[in-house]
Ligand binder design. Sequence first.
Ligand code: ADP
Ligand code: MG
Length: 644
Amino acid sequence: MNAPSPYISKNRPIQRLDESAQNRIAAGEVVERPASAVKELAENSLDAGARRIEIAIADGGRTLIRVTDDGHGIPADQLALALERHATSKTDGADLLDIRSFGFRGEALPSIGAVSRLTLTSRAEGAEEAWTLRCDAGRLGAPAPAALARGTVVEARDLFHATPARLKFLRTDRAETQAVADMVRRLAMAAPGVGFVLRDVSETAAKASPEGRVLFRADPEPGEARLARRARLARVMGREFTDNALEIEAEREGLRLVGLAGLPTYSRGAAVAQFLFVNGRPVRDKLLTGALRAAYMDVLHSGRHPAAALYIECDPQLVDVNVHPAKTEVRFREPGVARGLVVSALRHALAEGGHRASSTVGDAALGAFRAESESPAAPRLTGWGPRMDRPSAAEVRRAYDFQAPGAAATPAWENRWTPPAPEAQPGLSEDPMAWRAARAEPAPEPDEAAEDLPLGVARAQLHENYIVAQTRDGMVIVDQHAAHERLVYERLKRQAAEAGVRRQALLIPEIVELPADDAERLLGAADTLAELGLVIEPFGPGALAVRETPAELGTPDAAALLRDVADELAEEGETAAVRARLDAVLSRMACHGSVRSGRRMGAAEMNALLREMEATPMSGQCNHGRPTYVTLTLAQIEKLFGRR
Ligand code: ADP
Ligand code: MG
């Protein structure tokens, strides 16, 4: 019954581990893989005030990692100390919350030295000569003079040769190289004023060129902080990102947030383009990524992820960086403030810049126009989620055929204008501001001045869903269904925030049958739902009566609406949390009130819609993060016709 534990073969006395064993254990935490060694070494270079850092790796970093910098160097008499555990020049240990450098634990060099063949060569500022010191699997050699003009070179060969078990955990050279490159890019984003070069000097790569293959290069960015950061982000994340991002700058209770946040229509299918920095330190922080997600919740479908590079700066006392050996996690003294700062700053920026749709959307549209014979791989629809019903390129072209150049004398919308079919008129909204109310007016002459407005003058409606408008320097195509959904959503939110969503009683209450748990959940949230414009009552087992619905929605399909709201509540799993999910519920509701494609609109009605979009925050994307409109500039159109 009492079988001996298989893990302890005999009862050994307690012993103190020797230093090299201690270092190997520490290495397990600090250097998990080549990328983490590169991170530690490059951070040391940054701490040393380097302006240029060159990194060379071979075979994914397994056989060689070499980091060369032009920093202040290490005096000869301190070389050995640098390789000793818990020896650091960055803190005296008195105040571990006052950390202004990347390092401070004094573990990296001895850890790497314990598991590789390390050579540390350095020439301290002002010193006559350089010195070098070797450390093989933790055994220190004797210092010797060396040739080096300035700065420090740390070379680690055969990483983990001293701990073969570790080697087994490494992935392919290619994957390790990728991880190193990702790490270098992150550091490059953290320090825009510093130049970085990463080279692969593996035998095969070095055959082609003695310099090896350059995997990444970024020269020091000149200029003041904001511009340098922007330039560096363009270098690392791509121009496309910086062109389609909002500048963030906010401050709250001693925390400062700066950086760039991508437009919702420039989102990604995974959280691969999110970079967070705290006091210049690249971090992976759940609190901050959660805040980022929350900020975009309103404008992105759950399957889409925002792209962002955000930098928090604060007094070191306000954040503890000593919670993780690899220093990638941090702990804010007041997490709520950090989270609130990110959420509110991003929401604010999105509301201000949110009627913009990303420029890549226009390029994607351009791709759709191209003749198939050219068969260019159509630019990826960066911002769009899967959309099965997208018309083919040929269909889109056909749709535009009627707009032959000769037709320009008569405004297209006059030819196309058809009074809205009465049965298609949604809703009983009395909101005089609503664009719908404008539909009864006669079509006005196209207003030249309106062309200066961002969304221009409506010229035509195509396929009963796409509004084509002329702007000063191009054209805009609006997806009226998506746009309307967004506008309704914003109106619902506004009403909810003020006196509660305006309701409209059904002439005959609609009885909806539902699974018992859905009915339960809805009834549990009935009071909140009533504030959101949805009044329900129990109606026997497994059924509910819908008495009133949000006036904004017109006459929605009550059963479908209820089912959607029930889904929304179920996703949260907590009826008590309805309040927190108000917006999500409203967003679901908005889908039901939207003008489905297939409704004709007159010119006045279309223009009123465009004006309301311009005036509405975040109208550049529908509630799922798809664009509500795309822009084609004249330049793009000219390109289309080979004029450029
Ligand atoms: P930490 O960075 O936590 O202090 P390390 O083991 O990484 O610990 O480095 C130990 C010490 O060696 C540092 O505190 C620093 O004084 C010195 N050092 C390491 N790398 C460099 C470098 N590239 N340039 C100048 N000094 C360095
Ligand atoms: Mg260090």
